[in-house]
Every structure is written in structure tokens, then in C-alpha cells.
Design a protein around this ligand. Structure first.
Ligand code: GLN
Length: 495
């Protein structure tokens, strides 16, 4: 039998259904894989092996009783350290939340549990999801499994690295400006940010509430669909949650019916795009043409302002959302304070890392009276223009195809002292967040140095099914599905 850590969730489901393996056996195998990989990869902040085993045993028990909950029954799913699981640590990789445990479970996690998944682990991330390399974690960086000297991307870098290294078939991530798609591209996995409001944000620690979305990272398009089928659907506990029940996309992944019109945004092929990325994306476009779709250039004239708008809107919302970490209610409290105000100062100064401080300062500035009109209000107006660009383009084409990132994964330390260079990583991913659109990254090649390249597919609001079908069609024509990075585990080279 193939090594269990190289199986996709879909493969595991088949083995479980046939009774060839139990959830406990899968979970033990992944925990062993995790122990072997973690000294190099460090994708996890923590994991509770006994809790995972207990959940796996409960799943095996349900299966024995004929009470299987669905296609994810018994399948392990690892979690970014940004969603609440009752009784488990919740830290957003920040020192300010050290020791904090959640009093309740996020809706997305509860739905995974209700679908039978064995949720486990706390995956590393940039502190409060602010970053593109996971170097902003308050604990330690995570290595890219394809080249340990390089970053896995961020902020869901732990999620991408764990999936790429075979430590979990699926991981939950969150995407505010690209934090699922950029690390997915850097680590050679599939990642999808759903339409804003598709997955409940109840129990997701808020970074920028008008942009944040939960979504999956996995090694196949089918696994992404399995995660979405389990987690999407209205939740009365999130006022931004869209109406509608859960979808059933995993069983509907046949190629899109009839030829589609695919748009290629001209603005996404300009300065800064690495030649190897451009080449891989152009090859992917030829693939789609050969499959019968039409490809045409389109314009998103305001996309170039996306990064600027994002760093005003996201920081403004973050400065407000992060005000709750005051040393009184959650996590750490600085000792030796003279009074209440001094306690806030000391706790926040000790607890937040430099990037989080930079964002809070920026956000407070753009909201302050006198600057509000010049920055925040103006950014909101430009955000509307970015949205309108997409509306116009989607009146003509069914989906957009572009690179996910301008380059492949960069070396650790390369951009950490240059925030602007770091921010520009998200140039192609941010527009979908500003417009609330679904967007997906699927592996489409490797650079000459052996680093994965991601292809981004964007669609109109609620067009996830179309994106999944297009991505699946691409996956079927190539051999990136299920790829696991060749991690040196200390037990010889294994993959
Ligand atoms: N890299 C972007 C940032 O630093 C996006 C982060 C995210 O999507 N959470 O804000």
C-alpha cells in the first residue's frame, strides 16, 4: 500500500471505506511523519497527539457502528493557529496570546468535526496573519519543504508547509490578502479563498474583517472541494455569512460544460514578474486553449492600486480589531504596571512583534481625524473602482487566469527588512480580496531551481464550482496532483 502520508484525503476516504485502514492508523502514521519532518520544517506550533488519537478512535467507532458522517470521516485536517477549538491553544503565533485557550469552537471547525474529520494541531503563521513569509511568527520561522533555506510563504505558511511535507492531507488557512494562495503557490499545493461570506468567520480571529476568509490548502482539487462541502453554508453567528446551504462540489468536478471564455489581465504580466513564472503561466494558457477554451487579454486598470488600498483598509481594520488585546481579557498580562493605562502600554509593547506594531500604527494614522478623508475614505472609493473593474471584465469572460505570485519562494531573510518588497508579493492576490471574489491557486510547474509555481484562477462572486472544475481539468492534464516535497527526515530521503 502507498505510504499513507502521500495519500490525498480522497484516497484516504477510499481506503477507509474499503476497510483497508482505520483512522487511528492514519493518524498514528501522520503523527510519526510529523515527528520526522518537524525538526526541519517546523510547520506546527504545537500538537496534542492524545487528543488526535482520541478523535481518530471515535471516528473508527462511528464507522464500526455504521454511523459514518461523510467523505471526511476519519481524515486528519490540521488547523492554522487562528481558529478557535474549545479547550485548545489559540495564539495567532503571537506572544500576546501565550497560554490562551479557546472557550468555544469556530463554526468552520465544528462543521469539519460534524463531517467526521479528525482536526488536530496548531499551524505556524505570521503573527495575526500579517506577512507573506511566516518569518513574522512570534515563535519561529517555518521552512519551505522544497528547499529548507526558503520561506513557505505566508501568512498560512505552516498550513502550506504541513500539506506539502505530507504531515496532513488538508490544512485550514485564512486569506485576507493572499495568505492561502501565496503559500499554496510557494509550496506546490492547491489553495482556495472562497467568495467573501461563504465560510463563517465565527471563531476566526479577526485581522481585517471586510477581507478575511477561511479556506483550505490541500494536495488535490478534490480535497479542496471536500473541505468546502463540509464548511460552506450560512451561519447565523456571522452577520456577513451568505445565505444558502452547504454545496456538493466534490462529486461535480468534471470539466466545465462547453468552452469557457478565459481572461488574462494584462496588468498581471508587467514589471517584477519572474520569467520562469511567466513561462509556466503561458504554458498553462496554451493548455486551456488546447482544451477548447478561448483566451483573451483583458484590463483591470485599477488593480495597480490594490496593494496601496489594501495597506490602508487592512491596517485600519486591524488597528481596531487588535485593540481588544489589552492585557485584561486575553492571554498575556505584563507584570509591574503602575495603573491601567500603563498595563495596556506594557502588555502591548511586550506582546506584539514589530510587523503588528507597524500595522497598528499605520491603521491608527489613516483613521485619525485629519487623515481619514485623505487615506481611509479615498481608499474605500478606489476599492469600489477595483470591484467595478472586475464586474466589467466578468460581463465578458467566465474566469481570469494569472500567476499567483510574481516570483517563486524567496530565501529566508531576503525581504524581512524591506516591508515594501514583502508587501509586493501580494500584488496579484489582493484584488480578489478587495472585491470579495473566489480565487484559487493550483500548481502549474517548477522553476529551474526546483521551486513550485502557482497558477491563479479568479471568478465572479459565487463561481467556486467553475474554478474547481477548471483547476481539476488542469490537474488531470498534468502530474502535480498529490505531490509531496522530498523532505529529508533523518531516516533517509523519503517522499
Ligand atoms: N501578506 C498579506 C499581509 O501581510 C496578506 C496576509 C493575509 O492574507 N492574511 O497582510
Amino acid at each position: 500500500m502507498t505510504a499513507l502520508h502521500t495519500c490525498t484525503a480522497g484516497d484516504l476516504g477510499t481506503l477507509l471505506d474499503r476497510g483497508e485502514v482505520g483512522s487511528l492508523e492514519i493518524t498514528e502514521h501522520l503523527l510519526a511523519r510529523l515527528e520526522a519532518c518537524e525538526p526541519r520544517i517546523r510547520a506546527f506550533l504545537s500538537w496534542e497527539g492524545e487528543d488526535a488519537r482520541a478523535r481518530a478512535r471515535a471516528s473508527d467507532e462511528r464507522r464500526r457502528r455504521g454511523e459514518s458522517r461523510g467523505p471526511l470521516e476519519g481524515v486528519p485536517v490540521a488547523l492554522k493557529d487562528i481558529v478557535a477549538v474549545e479547550g485548545q491553544p489559540l495564539g495567532c503565533a503571537s506572544r500576546i496570546l501565550e497560554g490562551f485557550r479557546s472557550p468555544y469552537t469556530a463554526t468552520a471547525v465544528r462543521r469539519l468535526e460534524e463531517a467526521g474529520a479528525v482536526v488536530f494541531g496548531r499551524l505556524n503563521m505570521d503573527e495575526f496573519a500579517m506577512g507573506s513569509s511566516t518569518e513574522n511568527s512570534g515563535y519561529h520561522p517555518t521552512a519551505n519543504p522544497w528547499d529548507n533555506r526558503r520561506v513557505p510563504g505566508g501568512s498560512s505558511g505552516g498550513s502550506a508547509a504541513a500539506v506539502a511535507a505530507g504531515e496532513a492531507p488538508i490544512a485550514l488557512g485564512s486569506d485576507t490578502g493572499g495568505s492561502i494562495r501565496q503559500p499554496a503557490a510557494f509550496c506546490g499545493t492547491v489553495g482556495l479563498k472562497p467568495t467573501y461570506g461563504r465560510i463563517s468567520r465565527y471563531g476566526l480571529v479577526a485581522f481585517a474583517s471586510s477581507l478575511d476568509q477561511i479556506g483550505p490548502l490541500a494536495r488535490s482539487v478534490e480535497d479542496v472541494a471536500l473541505f468546502l462541502d463540509a464548511t460552506c453554508g450560512h451561519d447565523p453567528r456571522d452577520s456577513t455569512s451568505l445565505p444558502g446551504g452547504p454545496p456538493a462540489w466534490a462529486g461535480r468536478l468534471a470539466p466545465p460544460e462547453g468552452p469557457l471564455r478565459l481572461g488574462v489581465p494584462r496588468e498581471f504580466f508587467g514589471e517584477g514578474l519572474a520569467p520562469e513564472v511567466r513561462e509556466a503561466v503561458e504554458k498553462a494558457l496554451r493548455f486551456y486553449e488546447q482544451a477548447g477554451h478561448s483566451v483573451e487579454e483583458v484590463d483591470l486598470p485599477h488593480a495597480e492600486y490594490g496593494v496601496a488600498v489594501y495597506y490602508i483598509v487592512a491596517t485600519a481594520e486591524a488597528s481596531s480589531n487588535l485593540a481588544r488585546f489589552d492585557g485584561i481579557r486575553y492571554g498575556q498580562r505584563a507584570p509591574g504596571a503602575e495603573d491601567g493605562i500603563d498595563l495596556y502600554y506594557r502588555t502591548r509593547e511586550e506582546g506584539f512583534g514589530p510587523e503588528v506594531v507597524r500595522r497598528i500604527l499605520l491603521g491608527t494614522y489613516v483613521l485619525s481625524s485629519g487623515y481619514y478623508d485623505a487615506y481611509y475614505l479615498r481608499a474605500q472609493k478606489v476599492r469600489t473602482l477595483v470591484q467595478r473593474d472586475f464586474e466589467e471584465v466578468f460581463a465578458r469572460v467566465d474566469a481570469l487566469v494569472s500567476p499567483t505570485t510574481p516570483t517563486v519562494a524567496f530565501r529566508e531573510g531576503d525581504k524581512i527588512d524591506d516591508p515594501l518588497a514583502m508587501y509586493l508579493n501580494d500584488i496579484y492576490t489582493i484584488p480578489a480580496n478587495l472585491a470579495g471574489l473566489p480565487a484559487l491557486s493550483v500548481p502549474c510547474g517548477f522553476s529551474p531551481e526546483g521551486m513550485p509555481i502557482g497558477l491563479q484562477l479568479m471568478g465572479p462572486v459565487l463561481a467556486e464550482e467553475r474554478l474547481l472544475q477548471l483547476a481539476r481539468q488542469f490537474e488531470e492534464g498534468h502530474d502535480f496532483r498529490g505531490q509531496v516535497a522530498p523532505v529529508e527526515t533523518g531516516e533517509g530521503r523519503s517522499s
